[in-house]
Each structure stands twice: as C-alpha cells, then as structure tokens.
Design a protein around this ligand. Structure first.
Ligand code: SF4
Length: 224
C-alpha cells in the first residue's frame, strides 16, 4: 500500500499537497524529487481511500454502492450535474485517474487561442512538459487497436463519411512486469472496465507512477 495511517504522520512537513489527482500527485512527485539538498519533506492529503488493484467495484450494484453522496465519504465515484455539463470524478488515492478512460490527447492548438487563456502558455511552450508527462504515464497507442471490434465499427462508420478513425494515445500498460517506478503491472486484457477502475493493474493511473515516484523520494529523505 502507498498510503500511511494518519497516526504515522510527522509533526511538520516542508510541503503539504492537497489532493492526489493529476495536479497533486505530479506536484508532490516533483517537489519530493527536487534537485535540492536536503530533499523537502512532502505530505499528500487525500480525502478518499487507497484502492488496491482488484478492489474496484465491477457491477452496477457495486457502482451504485460506491457513489459519493449516499452516506460514506470514502466512496469512489462522484457524479456532479451542472446546467451544461455533467462530470464523473474519482475520489481516492490517485483521484480521477482511477476512473477515467486513460485517453491522453494533447489539446488542439486553437484551445490555447481562446479568450481568457494566458497568452504565454501555448501548445509549443508546453510541448516539452506534455512529453515529460507522456513518459511518466507511459502513453502509447493500443498495439492491437485495429483488431478490436469497437475500433473496426468506428472505422467502418468513419469511412462512410469520408474519413478514418484515429487511434488515440492511451495511458495503459501493454506488457507485464515492473514499471520504471517499481510497481508491478499486468498487460491490458481489453476488459473495458477502465471507467469503474482497473482490476487488472494495467491502467497507468497516478497510483502506478507519480505517487510511487513521490513515495520513493520520501523514503530516501526519511532515511537521512
Ligand atoms: S485491463 Fe481493462 S480496465 Fe484495465 S486498462 Fe485494460 S481495458 Fe481498462
């Protein structure tokens, strides 16, 4: 397990990061591994619980029983409804990475030209950082995408309207073994349960990369 019981916390930390989703986990990993001496101590506070591989709900009843707002503050799925959009969020160690579809597309250039977006942050400016994140999240195209019935159906429809379906980059593992952060991962089985939580250990959630990266640095600094 990556998390520590509340009783094992230190008296003081150099940094306290609130939340363990993409913002929190990446910030904590970079702070904990910063090129400074001594390394800063970092605490991540997460409102949800740790979901070990194999413990995610895999039925409609399991989903309903773990919907936040029904009583248990440690439930995994948070469904928010607004006027023009509905949002499914994850609540647990790894945040929404636990319950997203693993798609890691870079935004279109036009997104950075919208009114209100900071002019200094262009797609070109951010490209090296997208590349860093792609590497840590082990982003790649599905190697067997063309053999999947769903992809074949989408391709048939795309051809009918004069185009082709594109294979999107995914934060999914397609081999079995330890990853660069030392987490044992299995090959994706194409089960399609990504949105409720991967029970195979193939999905490259933050639990598999940035959070262990932060934890490894924390272990090194606590040994000093
Ligand atoms: S094993 Fe299933 S849940 Fe895990 S990444 Fe592959 S398709 Fe998604």
């Amino acid at each position: 397990m990556l998390s520590k019981p509340w009783g094992q916390r230190r008296e003081r930390y150099d940094f306290v990061v609130i939340g363990s989703g993409y913002g929190g986990a990446i910030t904590a990993a970079r702070l904990a591994n910063a090129d400074v001496n001594p390394k800063p101590s970092v605490c991540i506070l997460e409102r949800g619980k740790e979901w070990a591989v194999g413990s995610f709900p895999d039925s409609a009843e399991g989903y309903a029983a773990n919907l936040r707002g029904t009583g248990n503050p440690l439930d995994l799925y948070e469904f928010l409804n607004f006027d023009q959009i509905s949002v499914l969020k994850g609540s647990g160690l790894g945040g929404t990475s636990l319950v997203n579809a693993n798609v890691a597309i870079r935004p279109d250039k036009e997104v950075f030209e919208l009114d209100g977006w900071p002019k200094a942050l262009t797609l070109d400016e951010l490209a090296p950082y997208y590349a860093l994140a792609d590497e840590a999240l082990n982003v790649m195209a599905h190697p067997r995408a063309a053999a999947l019935a769903k992809v074949q159906a989408l391709e048939r429809r795309a051809v009918q309207i004069g185009g082709h379906a594109q294979h999107v980059p995914l934060a999914v593992n397609f081999t079995t073994g330890p990853n660069p952060q030392g987490m044992h991962q299995k090959e994706c089985t194409d089960c399609g349960d990504c949105l409720t939580g991967c029970n195979v250990g193939a999905k490259n959630t933050l639990y598999m990369n940035y959070l262990p990266l932060a934890q490894k640095a924390a272990r090194r600094s606590s040994r000093r």
